[in-house]
Design a protein around this ligand. Structure first.
Ligand code: DLL
Length: 433
């Protein structure tokens, strides 16, 4: 089902006309109300009236995470705090969190976008949505909650953690939709197996998973283990939270971006130059309708490409490919660029290993060394040492072929790698400490 037929299937020309009008409005507003935006625009020699065509967007300066930090906590809000009815924050691994604010109308927009998102993933009125995204400053829990309510589904606001209880509730309440991070979905599948629960005894039909990168192979693994359709959803706090883009159940290929609210651009992360459609680079977003916290050309650091070909689902909205990694995720191992997603892809294609892994980077003398720890099943772990060694060597070989750099593989006992209840921590870079 398409939640908002008018906007989601609009001819491109009409959509672009709306985008331009909204863009002009938001640029005027930040220029008039937010000092740091005005200053940056003045330095770049561009005024709101210079935005005459959509292409003029590229004349505006970028906004980065540092701009948000420099104006912590509320410095980039365009409205007084009395009009802000909610704040969220992104955790951030170091230092202060990034704070974002919503007016009443922003919350309403977000609920509409999340209703569209869920509908796009094949969720409908009458579904029972088991929402295991974390509630709190993280945007996942409440974002899904409001969207599912707007859709007319029944929400179970379970949040993350206490996996055995989650499974009991899913079973007893007849949940039909599971929403959580993909790593937590796998964790749930494993606990079900341990508890001797057959997923086919549950009514879960579809999962809407995001908030962290996951490979195609990981999707297959989740779909097989839980017997469901697994849909990818993308978003980030700075833009609105979840509800920026999502795959459609019809294709599961590429995530439709709600372009009447957000303009995507792909840039070369080194030069800042805008790349032509179809090329891979850093994703940049401008919000068109947010009131309290609009952002202009926000550099997400996420790497993807835009797909402009039409989709069979009927939506005219462009799609973005599944996120490949982040510019700041990229590991440089002895001068070679490595994305954790490439490692995941290889691991998930090897039948003998489990989908639980961690990447540990360290230095030995001047040399970077990378160790990939991955769990194997009980049966394999109790096999002869020789068998294990042979398997580790085989994985090392496959990783080397894909990554063009060698690494060590350590096969570890089942359940020895810490399980995630939210975003998984895959990489430990000891060179940084
Ligand atoms: O993770 C919002 C969200 C909640 C999205 C629930 C989807 C579902 P932040 O905590 O601000 O917001 O983290 C945003 O997470 O820049 C990406 O690097 C990563 N990310 C989010 N969704 C995906 C995805 C939420 N589907 C950051 N695939 C983003 C890959 C994702 N990475």
């Amino acid at each position: 089902m398409i939640w908002n037929e008018e906007y989601e299937t609009m001819p491109r020309e009409a959509l672009e006309a709306i985008q331009l009008k909204r863009l002009q409005h938001v640029v005027e507003r930040v220029y008039a109300t937010v000092e740091p935006y005005r200053k940056k625009m003045q330095q770049a020699g561009v005024r709101p009236e210079d935005i005459k065509r959509l292409d003029d967007l590229r004349r505006l300066p970028f906004t980065t995470k540092d701009d948000l930090r420099d104006n912590y906590p509320f410095g980039l809000f365009t409205v007084p705090l009395e009009r802000v009815v909610r704040v969220h924050a992104s955790s951030g691994t170091t230092g202060k969190p990034t704070v974002v604010g919503y007016t009443k109308r922003d919350i309403d927009t977000w609920a509409e976008l999340m209703a569209r998102t869920l509908a796009c993933a094949g969720v409908h009125r009458g579904d029972v949505v088991h929402n295991a995204y974390g509630y709190g400053l993280f945007t996942g829990g409440l974002g899904f909650h409001y969207g599912a309510e707007r859709l007319g589904a029944t929400v179970i606001p379970i949040s993350g953690g206490n996996t055995k209880r989650q499974i009991m509730i899913m079973k007893d309440f007849g949940s039909t939709v599971l929403t959580c991070t993909p790593s937590y979905a796998l964790n749930i599948a494993d606990v079900m197996k341990q508890e001797g629960i057959d997923p086919s005894d549950l009514k879960i039909r579809v999962g809407v998973f995001g908030a962290e990168p996951w490979s195609e192979n990981m999707r297959e693994e989740i779909e097989r283990k839980l017997g469901i359709d697994a849909i990818d959803i993308y978003g980030l706090s700075e833009i609105i939270g979840p509800g920026v883009s999502v795959e459609c159940i019809e294709q599961k290929r590429g995530l439709h971006i709600f372009e009447d609210h957000f303009i995507p651009e792909i840039i070369n992360p080194e030069t800042g130059e805008v790349l032509p459609p179809g090329e891979t680079g850093e994703l940049v977003f401008t919000t068109l309708t947010k009131e309290a916290f609009p952002v202009i050309r926000y550099r997400t650091r996420d790497i993807t490409r835009l797909i402009t070909e039409p989709c069979t689902c009927g939506r005219t909205l462009y799609r973005m490919e599944k996120i490949k990694g982040r510019t700041d995720d990229m590991l440089i191992i002895r001068g070679v660029n490595v994305f954790p997603s490439q490692i995941e892809h290889v691991l998930m294609s090897i039948e003998e290993v489990e989908p639980h892994y961690q990447i540990i980077i360290d230095k030995e003398g001047a040399l970077d060394v990378m160790e990939v720890q991955v769990e194997v099943s009980e049966e394999i772990f109790s096999d002869e040492i020789k068998v294990l060694e042979r398997l580790a060597k085989r994985i090392e070989q496959e990783l080397k072929e894909t990554l063009a750099v060698s690494c060590r593989v350590k096969l570890v006992e089942p359940r020895s790698i810490q399980r995630s209840e939210g975003k998984a921590k895959r990489v430990i870079d000891k060179r940084k400490s």
